[in-house]
Write a protein that binds this ligand. Structure first.
Ligand SMILES: Nc1ncnc2c1ncn2[C@@H]1O[C@H](COP(=O)(O)OP(=O)(O)OP(=O)(O)O)[C@@H](O)[C@H]1O
Ligand SMILES: [Mg+2]
Length: 241
């Protein structure tokens, strides 16, 4: 089943065409990577998919609903109910502890529930850091709090814009392992990345150039095993330009 369809999407800023005639379909349970040079439209596309922005033209169909026609108020509700967002900048509230940061996200969906928030932190391996402030956490740990926060309402679509952009290799491995786990559990994931090793984990990579889809690389089936010292085997056909 298709979870998401972009039909002839364009986004124009004045005279700048940030996105031009994007057509793309994403299946439920798919893990998609988006690559492309700086300014090629990756974040613009994620913002449109994530109900934070509207296209200038074209339609976006999420879970059978044409969200590009919805009002800003409805978009907020759709985002809250269906989408989990993970950013490169962590956007944690610095005077709240890890578990409180996760509970803030719950507040927008339902009632804050500390037990459930602790469970979400446990899923990302941070049960023992729940009472720490962001300033007391490493970058990798802060990113994992963000992932826990994004997962709190079991979103049907997880959007991550350079989630490993600020992390060292060890923490990148930990975050990727969480994504592998989510993928195994059936989550649909879209990850923007500059890192070919991160993209290789996905089932397909869409490469944007100047706001257009330049190419789409399918990746071979991957074993999804191996833990943190998972090794990447580059395949000849899948090295994006
Ligand atoms: N609100 C805006 N107003 C005007 N121009 C914008 C706006 N947002 C983005 N742009 C322009 O649209 C183009 C695409 O930007 P976008 O942020 O999508 O690029 P990107 O692929 O995410 O780049 P990066 O890899 O640097 O994050 C850029 O030329 C950018 O300057
Ligand atoms: Mg960007």
């Amino acid at each position: 089943m298709d979870l998401l369809e972009l039909r002839d999407i364009s986004k124009i800023y004045g005279t700048l065409k940030a996105l031009q005639n994007i057509n793309l379909t994403i299946k439920q349970g798919e893990w998609l990577a988006i690559m492309g040079p700086s300014g090629s439209g990756k974040t613009t596309m994620m913002n449109i998919i994530g109900c934070m922005d509207k296209p200038s033209a074209g339609s976006v169909i999420l879970d059978g609903q044409t969200i590009s026609r919805e009002s800003a108020k409805n978009l907020t509700a759709i985002r809250r109910d269906k989408i989990g967002l993970i950013f490169q900048q962590f956007h944690l509230i610095n005077y709240l502890t890890a578990v409180e940061n996760v509970m803030v996200a719950q507040y927008y969906h339902s009632m804050p529930d500390e037990k459930e928030a602790l469970l979400a932190l446990e899923r990302v391996g941070l049960a023992n850091r729940a009472k720490h402030l962001p300033s007391q956490l490493s970058g990798g740990e802060q990113q994992r709090v963000c992932i826990a926060r994004a997962l709190i309402n079991y979103p049907m679509l997880i959007l991550a814009d350079e989630p490993t952009g600020n992390l060292d290799e060890t923490n990148e491995g930990i975050v990727l392992e969480i994504f592998r786990q989510l993928h195994r559990e059936g989550s649909t994931i879209i990850v923007v990345t500059h890192d070919p090793e991160v993209a290789e984990e996905a089932q397909r990579t869409v490469v944007l150039e100047h706001g257009r889809i330049a190419h789409i690389h399918p990746h071979g089936s991957h074993p999804h095993g191996g833990g943190h010292d998972h090794h990447h085997h580059a395949e000849e056909t899948e090295v994006p330009a």
